[in-house]
Design a protein around this ligand. Structure first.
Ligand SMILES: Nc1ncnc2c1ncn2[C@@H]1O[C@H](COP(=O)(O)OP(=O)(O)O)[C@@H](O)[C@H]1O
Ligand SMILES: O=P(O)(O)OC[C@H](O)CO
Length: 538
């Protein structure tokens, strides 16, 4: 006999297409998300963590085949869920790719197999490569900004060109393959796309302007590989992928559940979030808080060269003939990753679900300041010799204060970047769109608003990065997608306003700057003169 509820509640209607899929391959996890086409409505998704390998101090690698397998598992998992709710996989009209940027893969053209593990963007092994490259700059200038006019970036271990040069100099199997012309280079988008479209059996070798703009090898004006940059790094052009726009036909998927479906977009994850957040006009900015934190400010079609430590990067180019939009970027290498460290190395937390509750048990951080400069400091300092410090410890300090200071560290780093953006762009930012894994934390967003003194607007959906890739893919296929107003299933953005006064804010920021001073140039082979004498005399 039917229960009363089954008489009154009809079974849910099966979901109907068309759909657009997005692969989001982040540093911590990969996911495949299926959106209802032309909207921000998530129909289903599947997410799996990706393991990082730490072989030596400062090194961070991932297994390229594990990345491909994880993405394939995510695709299969999400498609199963789609079918379970009555949707049809053949109604996925196209997919897009978005990815952790700068991470570097080199593989063999004949076998299609990786020659080494992927060097992840966070990896710091190339500090000595940067030193060597600085020595080659004319007139003994040793200027980290020497290449900025060409590529918009300072010389730093962060970028793919430096990692590739390290591989050439240190891994014989890579240098030999480069010489023989059998090596292929790609960032994670390129590697995934090559595998999805057939691998050694005709897989495409392409990237997009946003990912290419993070290699130090692409000319920021021509959007092509630059012969002078290739000469500086001593790298052959034959290993590089073709640079395409962020929204166009890339190729068809060769096998698996999505066989025959096209790939129509490719964007670095931070640029995809800029699109997904609808920051499509000059002057709009967003911050994404994941493993790292990345603040991008849309500068429209103009290239703005930062005088204050920010990066000039391509924001997006939505179609072969579309005007490229540029962005100023402030990159913070350690944001959510600091909590992974508190969990895995310090045992202070067991999972990220505890962070907000723990930090809320105390009213403040009790004057504790944590600079998590594990692999140097990125924007605006670009100090590869900085290392982490925790200052202001007292007998009263508890784990809760340290957890709260870790949240505040991310907020202060964003203040550093906003101050630089203000100096570069002259106009102070009135509000900041935010997204990413850390933004589920309400206390964190309040602290962010308090410590920078502006309104923070939480994204309507958590998956803005994937949404940006899906929007770009749909635009490539349909052309008519209204980027300014996607059909939105969710309400207005939640606004968080500052709750402390500027005197308190500025006082706390001064303390942060003192903590920063203590972290800079820590990694040094020789002690400064005065300190060495004091030590010798002891
Ligand atoms: N409630 C939380 N509070 C603070 N940080 C969090 C919270 N939940 C997750 N995180 C952090 O967010 C990061 C994961 O965010 P995500 O956007 O998925 O990263 P990615 O795109 O880099 O893979 C992790 O480093 C984790 O420590
Ligand atoms: O993995 P995420 O989301 O922190 O992003 C990594 C960045 O793309 C690195 O530049």
């Amino acid at each position: 006999m039917d229960s009363p509820t089954s008489e009154t509640t009809p079974p849910p209607a099966p979901v109907t297409g068309p759909f657009v899929g997005a692969i989001d391959e982040g540093t911590t996890s990969a996911r495949f998300i299926i959106f209802r086409a032309g909207t921000d409505e998530i129909v289903c998704y599947h997410q799996i963590e990706v393991e990082s390998i730490f072989q030596k101090e400062g090194w961070c690698e991932q297994d390229p085949m594990a990345i491909v397998n994880t993405v394939n598992e995510c695709i299969a998992g999400a498609c199963m869920k789609l079918v379970a709710v009555g949707g049809k996989v053949e109604d996925i009209i196209t997919i897009g790719i978005t990815n952790q940027r700068e991470s570097t893969v080199v593989w063999d053209r004949i076998s299609g197999q990786p020659l080494v593990n992927a060097i992840i963007w966070l990896d710091n092994r190339t500090t000595s490569t940067v030193e060597e490259l600085l020595e080659t700059i004319p007139n003994n200038a040793r200027n980290i900004n020497y290449l900025r006019p060409l590529c918009g970036l300072p010389l730093s271990p962060y970028f793919s060109g430096v990692k590739l040069r390290w591989l050439r100099d240190n891994v014989p199997v890579v240098s030999q393959a480069m010489e023989k012309g059998t090596a292929m280079f790609g960032t994670i988008d390129t590697w995934l796309m090559y595998n999805l479209t057939g691998g050694k059996e005709g897989g495409v070798h392409k990237t997009d302007v946003t990912n290419a703009s993070r290699t130090m090898l692409m000319n920021i004006e021509t959007l092509q590989w630059d012969p002078n940059l290739l000469k500086f790094f001593g790298l052959p052009k034959s290993i590089l992928p073709e640079i395409c726009s962020s929204a166009e036909f890339y190729g068809n998927i060769a096998q698996g559940v999505l066989k025959g479906i096209s790939i129509s977009s490719d964007l670095g994850d931070q640029q995809a979030a800029l699109v997904g957040q609808q920051c499509l006009s000059k002057g709009q900015a967003k911050a994404t808080y994941g493993t790292g934190c990345f603040l991008l400010y849309n500068t429209g079609p103009s290239i703005v060269h930062s005088q204050h430590g920010l990066l000039t990067t391509v924001g997006y180019q939505l179609g072969r003939k579309a005007t490229p939009f540029y962005a100023l970027e402030g990159s913070v290498s350690i944001a959510g990753a600091a909590f992974n460290w508190l969990r895995d190395n310090m045992n202070i937390i067991q999972n990220s679900g505890q962070i907000e509750a723990m930090a809320s048990t105390v009213d403040n951080s009790l004057d504790v300041y944590f600079v998590p400069a594990f692999n140097g400091l990125y924007a605006p300092y670009w100090n590869q010799d900085a290392r982490g410090v925790i200052c202001g410890l007292s007998e009263e300090t508890t784990s809760e204060h340290i957890v709260r200071a870790t949240l505040e560290a991310v907020c202060f780093q964003v203040r550093d970047i906003l101050d630089s953006m203000h100096k570069d762009c002259k106009i102070p930012l009135a509000k900041l769109m935010v997204d990413g894994g850390m933004t589920v934390n309400n206390l964190f967003l309040q602290l962010q608003s308090d410590l920078v003194g502006i309104q923070v607007l939480r994204a309507k959906i958590a998956e803005t990065t994937a949404l940006g890739a899906a929007m770009a893919a749909y635009k490539a296929v349909e052309g008519r997608y209204s980027m300014e107003a996607p059909l939105s299933k969710s309400g207005p953005r939640e606004a968080i306003k500052p709750s402390i006064n500027s005197t308190e804010r500025n006082l706390r920021y001064q303390k942060w700057k003192m903590a920063i001073e203590r972290s800079l140039n820590w990694e040094t082979s020789s002690l400064p003169q005065g300190e060495r004498e004091a030590f010798d005399g002891a």
